[in-house]
Design a protein around this ligand. Structure first.
Ligand code: GLU
Length: 503
């Protein structure tokens, strides 16, 4: 094993990162942090056809927002840079050629049309075309032509690729830290292209060369790369390089548990699939999630700390993180649980922070004065309603009556709570409230309860209609808290208005 722990997240900028990608980055980050190692971001952009404008910046912004920054990568050059494969393209050819010299790779001239034809012919026979030991000598490559012809064709600049020469009749013994030992018969493998005719390496070659040059100790990546492990291991052996330790993370599954979580599942189920907004798709950030909540629920998708604990900060996660607690089987994604996580993190925030986040949303509904009295007021309101909220964006719906008097009253509540005599009781209550000078929640509670007793009224005759006229419906926290907050004048005003309109 390499001395220093160095891990990398190596996305291809072919679109926005799905939360599965963020989870891969997170596990790498946690592992590096736990061992005092380095977490590297490497942009694998060798496939020019699939390059998507803005995708790289999106990846960087998403890691930043999640609070899992990389130590080395684009914009944070370390001694192993550059960290974008397109800027390293001059490096790879010599490695492909080294393999040819060692007899581990060969030149192939088959045009894409010819290969396509082979593929089609096989398909009509219900077979799959693979380029390997069984047919390579019948195809157009340096193994099937004479050295002279090879030289001529290379000198003339004829288009060609470089393929890996998979040795036949071997049993490869692979090791994955999550899945254990895996054996592969090399006869089932194809001779993968390592270097393309456009002068660029393929993913496989660039990935191995860079992991080697960047001294990567552990490769932690998604399960979809497990089929590439056989080739990667053979490449390390062919170069006579020590291979890193591999760990392939389980898939994140649809909420139903059947199949891989996709963008469509998010659209259908009304939950984000991306960390940040991408075109029309709202991200976790825009949906009002706290990054700590996102990181926490992602960490528990396919991993557990070995305890019942569910709420874990980034520090706690990295302290607890070990690869051997990563599951082999897929992790079912539960959108309700993500909301639960956000709720938990919201409760942990101070009222001051929540009020600051609420202010701009509040400003969409009422005129905000930038006075500290109002800030205090908003903080008090937040403290009263936050336990009912999952998101800061829920706050207005839960608290509007602290800021504006009701203009309508809930029909059902009127039918149930506004009885014969309610108007009269409210009238008497107005007279009584006018005499109260200390309008704190505590004093209101004591005074109103005494008043109800003295008047020989029941609680049920006074409190429900009172809530209806103050709030507009039967919702909300403790009524005396609401009244204490909005104050005497406002309470009296609301009761009087309601008496007139409800009669
Ligand atoms: N570029 C690959 C990807 O898009 C990297 C796979 C790996 O980590 O080896 O995920």
């Amino acid at each position: 094993m390499k001395e220093k722990i160095r891990v990398r997240f190596a996305p291809s900028p072919t679109g926005p990162l799905h939360i599965g990608g963020i989870r891969t980055a997170l596990f790498n980050y946690l592992f590096a942090k736990k061992h005092g190692g380095d977490f590297i971001l490497r942009i694998e952009d060798t496939d020019q056809n699939r390059y998507v404008e803005g995708a790289e910046q999106y990846i960087i912004d998403a890691l930043e927002w999640c609070g899992i920054p990389y130590n080395e990568g684009p914009g944070r050059e370390g001694k192993f840079g550059p960290y974008r494969q397109s800027e390293r393209k001059h490096l790879y050819l010599k490695y492909a050629e080294e393999l040819i010299t060692k007899g581990k790779a060969y030149y192939a001239f088959d045009t894409s049309d010819t290969l396509e034809q082979h593929r089609k012919e096989h398909e009509t026979k219900g077979k799959t075309f693979i380029y390997n030991w069984h047919n390579r000598l019948k195809l157009d490559n340096s193994l099937s032509i004479s050295p002279n012809e090879l030289k001529k064709r290379l000198d003339s600049g004829e288009d060609h690729v470089i393929r890996f020469l998979t040795p036949p009749d071997e049993t490869l013994k692979l090791e994955d830290s999550i899945r254990g030992a895996i054996e592969i018969d090399t006869n089932t493998l194809d001779d993968k292209v390592l270097f393309k005719s456009d002068g660029m390496p393929t993913y496989h070659l660039a990935n191995i060369v860079d992991d080697h040059l960047m001294e990567i100790s552990h490769v932690i990546r998604g399960e979809e790369w497990l089929p590439s492990l056989a080739l990667h291991k053979q490449l390390y052996d062919a170069f006579e390089w020590g291979a890193p330790i591999f760990a392939h993370l389980p898939l994140i599954l649809k909420p139903t548990g059947n199949g891989k979580l996709s963008k469509r599942d998010g659209e259908k189920g009304g939950f984000p699939i991306f960390p940040l907004q991408w075109n029309a798709s709202v991200g976790y950030r825009e949906a009002g999630y706290f990054p700590e909540a996102v990181v926490n629920f992602l960490a528990l998708l396919g991993w557990n700390p070995g305890t019942e604990e569910e709420i874990l900060s980034l520090d706690a996660l990295s302290d607890a993180f070990t690869i051997d607690r990563v599951n082999k089987s897929g992790a079912r994604f539960d959108p309700d649980k993500t909301v639960w996580y956000n709720h938990q993190y919201l409760q942990k925030k101070t009222d001051a922070i929540l009020a600051t986040q609420f202010m701009p949303l509040l400003g969409e509904h009422i005129d905000l004065e930038l006075e500290s009295a109002q800030t205090d007021y908003v903080q008090n309101v937040v403290s009263l309603i936050k336990e009912r909220a999952n998101f800061v964006t829920d706050f207005w719906e839960l608290s509007h009556y602290f800021f504006t008097a009701p203009t309508t009253y809930d029909e059902k509540a009127i039918r149930k709570q506004w009885k014969e005599g309610s108007a009269e009781i409210m009238n008497q209550l107005v007279s009584f409230l006018e005499t109260i000078t200390n309008f704190s929640s505590e004093n209101l509670e004591v005074s109103i309860k005494e008043w109800i007793a003295k008047k020989e009224l029941s609680f049920g005759k006074v409190m429900p209609p009172l809530r209806l006229v103050i709030v507009g419906d039967m919702k909300g926290p403790h009524l005396f808290d609401i009244m204490g907050q909005i104050g005497k004048e406002e309470c009296l005003g609301r009761i009087k208005t309601a008496i007139t309109s409800l009669g």
